[in-house]
Design a protein around this ligand. Structure first.
Ligand code: 26Q
Length: 835
């Protein structure tokens, strides 16, 4: 915004006091008509439901807006401590349905809509998903925001407003094909642009020293190429409590200098190109869910987010309190969602020293008492590193600061372990070698007062493995915060039928106190309740079957066992093990080994990173197996297989409600937590899984007898890799031998010779890190046990009820309370009342 004139007098009236809006059906309808006609300019000839969606969204947005302002005022007036959740990803999904739920407008709105012959389901479906994330880490951030608003915690999300979100996935001839997701094409009424809070972010140039007015030597970053960051705010409503928190997303634009340059130099096309360069930063989400090393644009994104967000927080401080920063650390906390925003450690140092004139010690004290880091991975290859040369070129002043942090840190290490040069080399923020690299996780650990993993096992493995040296140095920094999911979206919204059944039995307090679900336990044996539970599940399976029919052209019979694995496609998640089991079932039916068979529908869904060749080949294998199985008349209803294209938040809302068996089958020690496992459990699915991530805690809560466990433990996998002979494992197991024969003879690729060779090789490799063959036999046993129990519907239903009843721990409300108790220490601040 270029026009920065203020209104005449500071004592002019507050323009934000407006009478509260009605929440009854009548008020909603009259506002709807107003927006439809006067704002959107539609008339009686318009038949597009799209405009009905837009009008309704504006009606709901108004109700959010008044609560939003009142929440901000409450936080400002209380002058409370705040947390800033920095994340490159927020996988929000759709806003409308969730807002209606949290504002408690459902019943009145149903009346309104039936009056004007519209249906909520139809309108809700028009909204595109906000797919600003890859998977677990991004969706976790979204669930955290929901819980913080519900708990009335002053937490603000900071992220990037990607023009293109996660790609749309099509399946063509069994292969994944990616299509750009231009989700902002139709304008997004949920965001409010706030040009008045624009920031300037520096890139390139160089660092120089100078003597300031007081005679002090200081550093400055000069000859930079700046990019503007414009914030767009999204409302985050709490559950029926008047609170609306904020997610602030930054968009990159070129500075005015570009226009000036253009004017002066006459290089019109050149300056437009430079403009593009700036705007490219927020153009597209990187579709990898493990770090992809070295891409300059990705580092630009990371620094852009960190710098704009920190400047935003500092500016707000200075505007309201002046330049005394001595209380800053008491009032602010930055939670780093993985290492992606970890430039923030060095950037805060730079802002405090170069811009605010603090000396190193003061700045460091503030930095390492405000930063906290959450790790989300156990794969050593996924730990982010950036070439020093790239840092030097793009962020020269930051690299200087990182070197200084490292020098001071290694000095401490040397004092603690004198002469242990090997340890200094291991712990250095700089990895030496032909191409030296900055180790971002180590920067995050050194600069933070808290380092947490996302499930008990994960946190333990961080302490003992990946971050062992750092744990020895600073044991007090390390802690666990087991993940969760928000029950508002993942039960109340996604599964209204089950929600009502539960509330009829135990009341509705579970919506904000998920532990209440344990009161369902006594009813697990109640025959009448079991029947009702089954009816709800059956209804949800019918809906899921419809989706599968529409999107895959495959017929799922709701009587069958619905066996589901939806998540990113990754070798460590072992979709391959699942499809090998499917092939085994196919083989059994073909051999006539199908007495007292349990009919089964196996659903897969998930995206592969576009450059991940093996993951894409696994998708192709699943699709080829599906085609053969589904078109074989002799298989019939006994087995169906489908790959659902374009798995996303709104698809999971349907899927989790209609699932019987949840596949959580990662190689033990590789999945940090998993959160899909929690969504399924909450909705009454049973889990078949390894002792990995949060599965362990899920099994603890629900009881071993209500969980289908199989496979090596994390410890056993470590040992097993030392002397692993998959050929012998295969030869030793008739089932696996036959499965491998089917694969190897080209049964699933009749006219596509040899395409699955890399998969066969991977399974047979003694270096297969995922130990697919090693866990096969035990997996088949557990699957057979599940199929057997499914035949006793009363027993299955009892176990299903017990799983939901035990899901209380896995609410992000609990997770956020733990973050707050041990890391953030924020007060709960009720919003000012609207009326
Ligand atoms: C990094 C650098 C460059 C490009 C991409 C990336 C990148 C992007 C996304 C790296 C990782 C991710 C996402 C990771 C993720 O989703 N991890 C999952 O986090 C969940 C929430 O804690 C856990 O439940 C899962 O176990 C974990 O895999």
């Amino acid at each position: 915004m270029n026009d920065t004139r203020f209104r005449k007098s500071s004592s002019c009236p507050d323009l934000t006091t407006v009478p509260p809006l009605g929440l009854d059906a009548e008020a909603l309808e009259s506002d709807f008509r107003h927006y439809y006609t006067n704002t959107l300019g539609r008339d009686r000839n318009c038949r597009l439901t799209h405009y009905a969606y837009e009008a309704l969204a504006l009606v709901i947005r108004d109700r959010l807006m008044e609560r939003w302002t009142h929440t901000r005022y409450a936080y400002e007036d209380s002058d409370c401590k705040r947390t800033h959740y920095l994340s490159l990803e927020f996988l929000m999904g759709r806003t409308l349905g969730n807002a209606v739920l949290n504002l408690d407008l459902g019943d009145e709105l149903t009346k309104t809509l039936s009056n004007i012959c519209l249906e909520m389901e139809e309108l809700v479906d028009i909204e595109p998903d906000a797919g600003l994330g890859n998977g677990g880490l991004g969706r976790l951030a979204a669930c955290f925001l929901d819980s913080c608003a519900t708990l009335q915690l002053p937490v603000q999300g900071y992220g990037i407003r990607y023009e293109y979100g996660m790609f749309r996935q099509h399946i063509v001839n069994g292969y994944q094909v990616e299509e750009p997701d231009h989700w902002l094409e139709t304008d997004n009424c949920w965001e409010i642009k706030r040009p008045e809070y624009r920031q300037r972010v520096k890139f390139s140039g160089s660092s120089e020293s100078y003597i300031d007015a007081t005679g002090k030597k200081r550093m400055r970053w000069v000859n930079t190429r700046d990019v503007l960051a414009t914030p767009y705010d999204l409302p985050i409503p709490g559950y029926r409590n008047g609170t609306v928190n904020t997610l602030r997303l930054w968009k990159a634009t070129a500075t005015d200098e570009f226009d000036l340059e253009e004017f002066n130099s006459g290089d019109y096309t050149g300056s437009v190109a430079a403009k593009n360069e700036a705007e490219k930063i927020t153009m597209v989400l990187y579709p990898n869910d493990s770090s992809e090393n070295g891409k300059e644009l990705r580092l630009r994104q990371q620094y852009f987010l960190a710098s704009a967000s920190l400047q935003d927080v500092l500016d707000k401080w200075i505007v309201t309190k002046g330049t005394d920063l001595s209380q800053f650390a008491e009032k602010n906390c930055f939670q780093l969602n993985d290492t992606h925003p970890s430039c923030a450690v060095a950037e805060l140092m730079r802002l405090l020293m170069d811009e605010q004139g603090l000396d190193w010690e003061e700045a460091w004290e503030i930095t390492c008492t405000t930063m906290a880091y959450t790790n989300h991975t156990l794969l050593p290859e996924a730990l982010e590193k950036w070439p020093v040369a790239l840092f030097q070129q793009l962020l020269p002043r930051l690299l200087e600061i990182i070197y200084e942090i490292n020098a001071r840190f290694l000095k401490q290490v040397a004092e603690r372990w004198p002469g242990d040069m090997e340890r200094q080399r291991r712990m250095s923020l700089i990895e030496e070698g032909p191409e030296p690299q900055v180790r971002m996780a180590y920067l995050a650990i050194v600069g933070s007062f808290s380092v947490n993993g996302v499930a008990e096992l994960h946190s333990k493995l961080l302490r003992e493995g990946l971050f062992r040296d750092f744990y020895e140095f600073w044991p007090e920094k390390f802690n666990n915060k087991t993940n969760g999911v928000t029950q508002r979206r993942w039960l109340a919204y996604a599964n209204p039928k089950l929600s009502h059944l539960i509330s009829d039995k135990i009341g509705s307090a579970w919506a904000t106190d998920l532990g209440q679900l344990s009161r369902l336990k006594p009813f697990s044996e109640d025959h009448a309740f079991q029947q009702q539970w089954q009816q709800v599940k059956h209804y949800n399976k019918q809906r899921l079957a419809e989706l599968v029919r529409e999107d895959c052209g495959v017929d799922f019979n709701p009587q069958a066992l619905f066996d589901v694995q939806v998540k990113r496609i990754h070798e460590y998640k072992r979709q391959l093990l699942n499809i090998l089991h499917v092939i085994h079932l196919y083989d059994r039916i073909k051999r006539g080994d199908d007495q007292s068979w349990t009919p089964r529908c196996v659903l897969f869904g998930g995206k592969a990173a576009p450059g991940y060749v093996m993951a894409k080949l696994i998708i192709k294998l699943i699709n080829n197996v599906a085609t053969l199985v589904n078109n074989d008349a002799s298989i019939g209803h006994k087995l169906k297989v489908a790959f659902l294209p374009n798995y996303r938040v709104s698809a999971m809302e349907m899927i989790c409600a209609g699932t019987d068996l949840s596949e959580q089958i990662s190689t033990a020690g590789k999945e940090a937590s998993g959160t899909g496992n929690m969504k399924f459990m909450l909705n009454g699915a049973l889990t078949i899984g390894t002792l990995d991530g949060a599965n362990i805690e899920i099994r603890e809560e629900t009881g071993a007898e209500n969980f289908f466990l199989f496979g090596l433990t994390a410890e056993e996998t470590e040992k097993r890799r030392q002397h692993y002979n998959p050929d012998a494992v295969i030869a030793d197991n008739e089932d696996l031998t036959r499965v491998m024969q089917l694969l190897q003879c080209g049964h699933f690729n009749q006219f596509e010779g040899g395409i699955f060779e890399p998969i066969i090789q991977a399974i047979r490799s003694p270096y297969d890190p995922w130990l697919v063959a090693a866990d096969f036999a035990d997996y088949v046993v557990a699957q057979r046990q599940a199929a057997g129990i499914y035949q006793d519907q009363s027993q299955w239903t009892r176990m299903s009820i017990l799983n939901t009843a035990a899901a209380g721990k896995f609410s992000t409300d609990r997770t956020m309370q733990e973050y707050n108790k041990h890391i953030w220490t924020l007060p709960q601040i009720p919003a000012h009342p609207v009326s």
